[in-house]
Write a new protein. Structure first.
Lengths: 192, 192, 192
């Protein structure tokens, strides 16, 4: 229901508006509950838009905590006492697996959230869970031998690149609609 | 257009709703300032909801920066020039203390914010500050001897688990109210 | 005031207000598109407020990914097979450059976003890009010799301190206006 900008204002009603007034016109001394409600609704809808991202974040933190505990167990098993981190190759592999996962952890969280907010929460969450599965297999594989780390490493790297691609498309689309007034993702959706 | 709180309610118009109309019905050619104000109010209220989380984040970054500087001083003191990170056990302990804190830093930030947004900002901030105190004692203890790192390490690990628990409860509650239409936290509050 | 979905629409008022009613009074059985639109507008305006921060985050993730790939190439070039990380000083320098950048990565992301949201997105993005340039030069310099890492290291440390200062000012200003009712940044702006 768009209005022609040059159209005159609609003619005001002439009689019998008293009761409606009570319904519609807000007493300025009373807090604007409607706005507050709307505010809460907006915030609730934003929590909706990132609750699954938050769930995947918690899962990824639990995975990292699990890796850290495995390093502590490996220290005991292979008699490598802190602060040493070398001397036994079995321990070194477990330690490197955890360190490498930590290095990628911040990158993963960053692109997971940007892909989820600017592109699609559902897709970001699916790829994020696959990444975490890949990381788990990588850790288990690396703990056995350096060769067994390779295929899950490539898999999780691919998942990370997909997240980076989704995040990039989402942000570039947002910047385009914000500064050029053209929303490519919306245009593609309307064609499909 | 602020109103004196003691002022009487404006007399409702008896006939001819022309003046009210100007108040109520938005001319579509004029930008909707009410919505904009509401938008700003929503955003302001969101900044309120995370300002303390942001403060704890800045404190944690300062703590990490302090740890990094201590490693640089330890390099000079124990004559361990880069890129070497081993060879002197006194240096190795300081270095490991910083590395370990860095490994946990992303996990800490992730659960701090999720616990603060989905569960309770106040509680998350309190536990977060205790975690940072534990980390400080851990660093100081580890710099002296490997044994002295243990008790603050266990303490900060406990704080991290509490944050993980708060984050999990908050997110599961959000998912339940979002997909099952049942909000357990609200139900518990109404019983208490 | 929930309405039975099968109930007929309320009878429109008999005189003078019929057309307005259709325009103004929302049928409670129909979703409130106005609030939704306002909600979307609020969310869209929030995406506007962090789209450049998201872009810088993606760039920083790409930089970290580039550093990680360089470590893999250096492993091949200097014949340092995993899980070893020492034994060849040329490799060690590349490895340390990447590790050091990773250590600062979470701190950088944390203060970048807080400075961008609580202080100024434009300034945070500019300083953030300078930080990433400094990090790139640091990596390239460190790969050549330990001495060449120093000046870009100092530069990127300065950029990080500027971000920390901006984040601190923004958050303290927010806390002041939230708890003391006084907004120093707004006061300074009104003087200028």
């Amino acid at each position: 229901m768009r209005h022609d900008v040059t159209a005159p204002l609609p003619v005001p009603p002439v009689a019998g508006c008293r009761r409606k007034r009570v319904l519609w016109l807000r007493d300025p001394r009373v807090p604007d509950t409607r706005t507050t409600t709307s505010g809460r609704r907006v915030m609730a809808s934003m929590l909706d838009d990132c609750s699954l991202l938050a769930l995947v974040t918690i899962l990824s933190v639990l995975e990292q905590a699990y890796f850290s505990l495995q390093v502590i167990y490996a220290r005991r098993k292979f008699h490598v006492s802190p602060p040493r981190v070398s001397g036994n190759e079995d321990f070194e592999r477990v330690y490197r697996a955890q360190t490498n996962s930590t290095e990628y952890f911040s990158m993963f969280l960053g692109v997971l959230w940007i892909a989820g907010i600017f592109f699609s929460q559902g897709l970001a969450v699916c790829v994020g869970i696959l990444y975490l599965c890949g990381r788990y297999k990588y850790f288990k594989g690396y703990a056995e031998s350096a060769v067994k780390r390779l295929s899950p490493l490539y898999f999780s790297a691919k998942m990370l690149w997909i997240l980076i691609a989704m995040a990039s498309v989402g942000v570039l689309n947002q910047l385009s609609s914000q500064y050029l007034g053209y929303n490519p993702m919306m245009a593609v959706k309307s064609i499909l």
